[in-house]
Design a protein. Structure first.
Length: 169
């Protein structure tokens, strides 16, 4: 589904967590099995029916952002396989703290695998907000999935790592 949503200068995750139902505009729905496309000018959607939302555009007020540490997560949401970074405060474990979070939880640096017309389509997105109640499987991303990927880590040489999570090459 592709649609437009009026946010009124709010972060998308905050907006989603503040509503139980949304009215979407300029909607385009595409079937996974046959690729059939349906369009609508307006569509009402209950948030408990949503598995995930791709965030695009404005990222919210910079002063509201907090420092976090991330863990690579491997999730299954219905027909989707999602690999991404799950965020948590530096003193918390992202996986253990997930059940304490609000319903819609953002992941960053995401790869989504989805079935489409009998094939698996892979998409990379910057931010995906997932419905934590819809997660069927959640695990730390296995290291073998990352083994062949070149890791480029930009670390400020003036920064001091107090978490033990950052490793310089």
């Amino acid at each position: 589904m592709h649609a437009e949503l009026e946010l009124a200068n709010r972060r998308l995750s905050d907006f989603l967590n503040a509503h139980s139902e949304l009215t979407l505009h300029n909607v385009r729905l595409q079937g996974h099995a046959d690729g059939m496309v349906i369009t609508a000018d307006e569509f009402d959607l209950r948030l408990d029916e949503v598995l995930a939302v791709e965030a695009a555009g404005w990222r919210g007020h910079p002063e509201r952002r907090v420092r976090t540490k991330t863990r690579r997560a491997d999730l299954v949401l219905g027909p989707y396989r999602v690999l991404g970074r799950l965020h948590a405060p530096p003193s918390a474990d992202a996986f253990q703290a997930l059940h304490l979070r609000r319903t819609m939880v953002p992941l960053t640096d995401v790869t989504i695998a989805l079935p489409m017309n009998g094939q698996t389509i892979m998409r990379d997105v910057e931010t995906l907000i997932v419905n934590r109640h819809a997660i069927d499987v959640l695990a730390e991303q296995p290291a073998e999935l990352l083994a062949d990927l070149p890791l480029a880590v930009a670390i400020d040489p003036r920064a001091k790592d107090m978490t033990g999570e950052i490793y310089a090459n």
